[in-house]
Write a protein that binds this ligand. Sequence first.
Ligand code: PLP
Length: 394
Amino acid sequence: MVKKEWGIETLVVHGSEGIDKHTGAVSPPIYQSSTFAFKDSNHGEALFKGEVTGYTYSRFGNPTEACLEREMAFLENGEDALAFASGMAAETALIMTLCGVGDNLVSSATIYGGTHAMYKTLLPRFGIQAREVNAANLDELEATIDDRTKLIFIETPANPNMAIVDIQSCARIAKSRGIPLVVDNTFATPILQRPLELGADLVIHSATKYIGGHGDTVAGIVVGTKAMITRIRKETLNHIGSCISPFNAWLLLRGLKTLAVRMRRHCSNAMRVAQYLSFHPRVKVVHFPGLKFHPGHDIARSQMSDFGGMLAFEIKGNREDAKKFMDALELCTNAVSLGDCDTLVCHPASTTHSSYTSEQLADAGVAEGLIRLSVGIEDPRDICADLGQALRAF
Ligand SMILES: Cc1ncc(COP(=O)(O)O)c(C=O)c1O
C-alpha cells in the first residue's frame, strides 16, 4: 500500500501503485502487444465510441505506457500524463494541439537547440510563429504576448548555459493573460523541481535524459490536466502517431526506481566539479546555478531542492581550443545528450546549437568556447582529474 506522505525517494521506488495486484509482480509487466481483443463486436464499438474505457490499439494507448504515464503524473503532481517516442515528439504534439495557422507562441530564447530549430523550420510551414525572448526580462516577455499567443514555453535550468527562469513570475503573467505556461523540466526532473506546484500548466520532459538515466532510450512526456492531456492524445498524438513503444516505457519505469538516488549523486558531483573548475586558471567562467555568483542562483534556490547535474564552462580559448580540450578527454565522453550515469561533454556551438547564427548564439548566451558538461555518477575525483589533464592540452 503506497502512502502519499512517504518521501520522494520512497515514492519513486514503489511507484503510485506498488506491487501488481493481479500477479504480485514487483516490476511492471511489458505488454508487448500492438492490438487488444474485444469481448465481442458491441464491446469494440463501445470502445471506439468512447462509451467504455479499455485498450484497442497501441498507438492509442497501451497498459505499460499507461503505467508510465500514471507514475509521471504522480511524481509531477499533475492529473494526467502522455508518453511519446521522443522529447521533440512531445513538444511538437503539444504545440500542434494548442496552436493553429496565424497563432504564435512566446518562448525563452535560451532553450535546447532542437526546440529552436523546430521553431524556425517546422512551425512556419504550419503558419505558427515562435517569438523568442529573454525570459529573465519579464517585461519583455509580457510585451511580446498578443491576442494570438497560445502558449508560453520556458526551459529551466536551460540549455546550454544553465540560465534560470522564474517559474512563478511567468505563471503569474500566463494566468493574467489566460495562456498556458509550459515548462521543460528535463534538467531538473520532478525530484528537484515541480513546475505545476509553482503555477505552470504543463510540464514536458525529454525522458531520454535523467528519467531513463542510462543512455539507452529516446522518449518524451507531457504532464498536465486530464482535459488537456486528453486533447493532446485525441487531437494530435493519435494522428501523428509518435507514441512510445511498450519496451521503452518499461525502461523508463525501471529508470524511475533509481531517479532520486541518481539525482542526489549527480547534484553532489556537479557541485564538486563546478567548484574545481571555478578555481582552474584555464577556465574563464563556470555556469552552474549552485554557485553563488550565478545570476539565477537565488531563483534556483527558491524553486529547486538542489541545483542539478548539469553545468557549462568557458575555457580561456577559442573554438579550436575547445575542440582540442574535448579530444584530450579520457573518462568523459564527447557526445550529445545528458542525464546518463556516464559523464558526457559537448561543444554546443558546433553540435546541439549549430542551427543558431552567430547573432542568435550571442543572444542565447552561447559562447564559441562554451563546453556543456552532464556530470555523471562516477567518482568525482576521477571526473575532475580527467578535466584537469584535458585543460592542459591546448
Ligand atoms: C531540455 C531538452 N528538451 C527537449 C529535448 C528533446 O528531446 P529528445 O532528444 O528526447 O527528442 C532535449 C534534447 O536534448 C533537451 O535537452
